[in-house]
Design a protein around this ligand. Structure first.
Ligand code: SAH
Length: 359
């Protein structure tokens, strides 16, 4: 990430507390003040502890868990950063059946999961009929659980059908709020306009809506991130997923540098201060970048973790980026190890649907 120039360094060390106060009061900071805190690590410790305090005032020490089921790696899109893009002929494609998805949830329920996230590429065979059938079956069988979908851009009628079948949350990152930057990350068949349209439809329908973007995405500047924050302030998402870009050998961005732990943690803290009630996961990408990533994310203000509940046989095939973590504490079956690590960090994993506070 490049920051532009030093002229943005306008707030001195002794004004950190006022910057934090301004972030907390729905971010009255100017763009140049935001650029300033984004572009330096000198306020990090203050930001992390203020974010932790805000998160504790809303959610206490509770950490919500979501069982992530990667239902298909077929995708009609060709995003330049993503390992399951259509053009990747080396990807071994798979699609889970309704029964396979159901048994993942049965296993997850027994482990203590009360939210299931069904994520996948934009797979033409994941019709409304299929998705709504699966959602309705899960909703019936696990009435005390939330079903989250993350299946990309679809028509509003499709989102409505999903809501009617019992899904109540949807994750769709806007990826970047800058039109020129969006065009550098995606082929011309995709548009930021449609992404935004989908997000606003999801909000309108009543989904708890998750937004987000990658930190350190190719060509990203601090100015882009300020735009991302402004976009989020307008959207007011219930969930915010922020994770570092990590290259994948088969993509056009194979040789681009990965995002950093430090920028990702700083952004988690800034977003926690601006959105005190948001559900913010400490993402798998963060854990892939660094073994302590998950825990550091929690300490910087995140309050959700999403262990992998996909059948073990497909986990490696859902390779959005190189060496995506899926073993150890990333695995739903290793929840005890995660619980222990989270406890040592001063938080507590709970058996709870984990709605957004006040929803
Ligand atoms: N098809 C769904 C799910 C996509 S995968 C959708 O479009 O929403 C979920 C997220 O993974 C994407 O939104 C993207 O931000 C992230 N992702 C994809 N490739 C990545 C990479 N190389 N590094 C880090 N994150 C990546």
């Amino acid at each position: 990430m490049t920051s532009g120039s030093d002229k943005y360094f306008v707030c001195g060390a002794n004004s950190v507390s006022s910057v934090i106060e301004e972030l907390k009061t729905t971010c009255t900071l100017s763009d140049s003040q935001l650029l300033n805190i984004l572009s330096t690590d000198k306020y990090d410790q203050e930001l992390f502890s203020a974010a932790d305090e805000v998160r504790r005032s809303v959610y206490g020490d509770r950490v919500f868990i979501r069982g992530l089921i990667e239902i298909t790696n077929y995708c009609r899109n060709d995003c330049y950063y993503c390992g399951i893009r259509r053009s990747n002929e080396q990807a071994e494609r798979y699609r889970l059946s309704a029964d396979e998805i159901f048994s993942c949830c049965q296993e997850g329920y027994a482990l203590g999961f009360r939210t299931f996230v069904l994520q996948g590429g934009e797979d033409a065979q994941c019709t409304d009929e299929f998705i709504c059938g699966v959602t309705a079956r899960l909703h019936d069988a696990f009435p005390d659980c939330a079903i989250t979908l993350s299946l990309g851009e679809r028509p509003e009628s499709s989102y409505r059908a999903m809501y009617s079948s019992g899904a109540r949350r949807y994750l769709l990152r806007h990826e970047t709020a800058d039109f020129a930057h969006y065009a550098k990350l995606h082929p011309s068949s995709m548009s930021l306009e449609n992404r935004m349209k989908c997000l606003s439809a999801l909000k309108k329908i009543g989904f708890q809506t998750g937004d987000g973007f990658m930190t350190g995405a190719p060509f990203q500047t601090a100015h882009h991130i300020v735009k991302d924050i402004r976009f989020m302030q307008a959207l007011s998402p219930d969930m915010i997923g922020i994770g570092p870009f990590i290259h994948h050998r088969t993509t056009p961005f194979a040789h681009c540098p990965d995002g950093t732990l430090s920028l990702t943690l700083r952004l988690i803290a800034i977003l926690r201060l601006i959105f005190p009630k948001a559900l913010i996961p400490s993402t798998t990408a963060l854990a892939t970048l660094c073994p302590e990533g998950r825990i550091l994310g929690l300490k910087a203000g995140a309050n959700v973790v999403m262990p992998n509940l996909s059948p073990r046989t497909v986990r490696k095939k859902y390779e959005l980026y190189e060496n995506k973590a899926h073993g150890g504490m990333e695995s739903a079956q290793e929840l005890d190890a995660l619980k222990k690590a989270v406890k040592e960090a001063g938080y507590k994993i709970v058996v709870d649907k984990g709605d957004r506070a006040g929803f």
